[in-house]
Ligand binder design. Structure first.
Ligand code: ZN
Ligand code: ZN
Length: 324
């Protein structure tokens, strides 16, 4: 499913099977999650996408071809391909171990072709061996929603009371992680979205309400997964002195002006960008032990546009996953 032009629907296109170059693998795609970031790519909210581009960066599949020089992976092995598709390994950020901020990265489904396809090519060093535990569809959302949530939760700190603004694919996974870690989760949804609030409570949230509501306790930290900039002052208002607000999305509408008192008393406002391979290794090792259950709605690959439209409209709980 190819995006040829920003804002246009994806088009079903018959292409020759791609061949892996040196250091690359070809994966027979079994499932690919649909992420909010795919909407940002389609809508032209991220600069300079490769066009045409095959979106999709939550890929689960099996290796069916190895390029030259690939070591440590074998034909038939199940792997995951995440958003971070390549880094330069030489810039100051890569050398400092913060490759998520690489100056010359490639991102799957944005600047290199992704997984809304029957086959995908990946840089072998940026894939994760998934083993045989868990089914393909349930694993797919872990590869971005889970991973970004994981990184965001780590950056939120070790506080016990965590607010999650926007209870979609990422929040529903990371709420389970936070609860298993002994924390309390406060879930904020669109005002009036009682269905999603019930879903959050069912997953163990201590409280769920609209983003315009005041939670019953001051939060130690809040993570904003939703794309609305006006949630930033709301979240700052909800955290305690010294608390931290983490913006987890790649794109957000403008943040409105707010009084300095919301930031005062050492409250912190930070963003999370991308992932490192170590994030993936850490999270994917722990996910089965934590018993994470991802709630998914599946669509055939040909219905990728419907999946994107349903995501945009908030018509399902959890995550959408495409299957070729
Ligand atoms: Zn770099
Ligand atoms: Zn994503």
């Amino acid at each position: 499913m190819v995006l040829n032009k920003i804002g246009a629907p994806l088009e079903w296109t018959e292409l020759a099977d791609p061949q892996p170059g040196p250091g690359e693998i070809r994966v027979n795609v079994a499932a690919c999650g649909v992420c909010r970031t795919d909407l940002h790519v389609v809508d032209g909210e991220l600069p300079n996408p490769k066009l045409p581009i095959i979106p999709g960066h939550e890929i689960v599949g099996r290796i069916d071809q190895l390029g030259s020089g690939v070591i440590g992976l074998r034909i038939g092995e199940r792997v995951g391909i995440p958003w971070l598709g390549h880094t330069c390994g030489a810039c100051p950020f890569c050398l400092a171990g913060i490759e998520n901020l690489c100056d010359y990265p490639l991102f799957t489904g944005y600047t290199r072709d992704g997984g809304f396809a029957t086959a995908a090519i990946a840089d072998a060093r940026f894939t994760f061996a998934l083993g045989e535990t868990g089914d393909d569809v349930a694993l797919a959302p872990l590869l971005c929603a889970g991973l970004i949530g994981w990184r965001s939760l780590a950056i939120a700190g070790s506080g016990k009371k965590i607010g999650l603004y926007g209870f979609g694919a990422a929040a529903h996974i990371i709420a389970q992680v936070a609860i298993r870690q002994g924390r309390s989760v406060f879930a904020f949804t669109r005002p009036g979205d009682t269905g999603t609030q019930a879903f959050a409570r069912q997953l163990g949230a201590s409280w769920a309400g609209g983003s315009d509501e005041t939670p019953p306790a001051q939060l130690d930290a809040a993570i904003i997964f939703a794309t609305a900039g006006d949630l930033v002052p709301a979240a700052l208002e909800a955290v305690r002195k010294g608390g931290r607000v983490v913006c987890a999305g790649i794109h957000m509408s403008d943040i409105p002006g707010f009084p300095y008192r919301l930031l005062w008393e050492e409250r912190q406002l930070v963003s999370v960008a991308n992932l490192t391979r170590q994030d993936g290794i850490d999270f994917l090792r722990q996910a089965p032990e934590l018993g994470i259950i991802s709630k998914t709605t599946t669509y055939p690959l040909k219905l990728a546009n419907e999946a994107l439209a349903d995501l945009r409209a908030g018509r399902f709980e959890g995550a959408a996953v495409l299957q070729p």
